[in-house]
Design a protein around this ligand. Structure first.
Ligand SMILES: [Zn+2]
Length: 109
């Protein structure tokens, strides 16, 4: 295989905002995008401070802090610890800064 790619535009990864409560009444409380490492599943980021002012949703995915609430063209998030790299477990660590996704660390397959 060729050299592994490490940078993507977030827009390439089909990002979508989501309202994930069972009754579907909340919006923009999380977003998901295609995992750039595996390409076989979605990665979900749950906002620590959702737009609707209520508590973060529960569920799968990583809790993140939204730094720039613009579009996916400019989206920036950091971990809730203030680290700019988000730990997605077996998918590795990613930075999502100004609408660009960078693979910081790949975990062993
Ligand atoms: Zn993955």
């Amino acid at each position: 295989m060729g050299k592994q790619r490490r940078r993507w535009e977030l827009q390439e990864l089909e990002p979508e905002w989501a309202g994930m409560d069972e009754d579907g009444t909340r919006y923009n409380v999380a977003f998901s995008f295609d995992c750039p490492v595996h390409g076989t599943h979605r990665l979900t980021c749950r906002l620590d401070r959702p737009y609707d002012g209520f508590a973060p949703i529960q569920g799968p995915g990583v809790l993140v802090h939204l730094v720039d609430n613009g579009s996916f063209d400019t989206l920036t998030v950091e971990s809730i610890n203030g680290d700019d790299a988000i730990n997605f477990g077996l998918c590795g660590k990613l930075r999502i800064i100004e609408g660009r996704v960078e693979l910081v660390r790949v975990l062993a397959a």
